[in-house]
Ligand binder design. Structure first.
Ligand SMILES: [Zn+2]
Length: 60
């Protein structure tokens, strides 16, 4: 399976796509970074891939 990630445009912190899918909108986990990351920031094809394969990801 593909591992889809999203990179914060402000600090470069990498967030797993399935975490974004679960939360939809989240504050960047990077230190001292106030950026807001959204599932919708991913490419449409990446969003579709995660949604259709969500049972293959372990949610943590
Ligand atoms: Zn950040």
């Amino acid at each position: 399976m593909r591992i889809i990630t999203h990179t914060c445009p402000d600090c470069g912190t990498i967030v797993a796509g399935n975490v974004l899918e679960a939360r939809r909108v989240m504050k960047c986990p990077g230190r001292n970074c106030e950026a807001v990351l959204e599932f919708g920031d991913l490419d449409q094809t990446e969003q579709d891939y995660i949604v259709s394969n969500i049972e293959n990801y372990s949610i943590d």
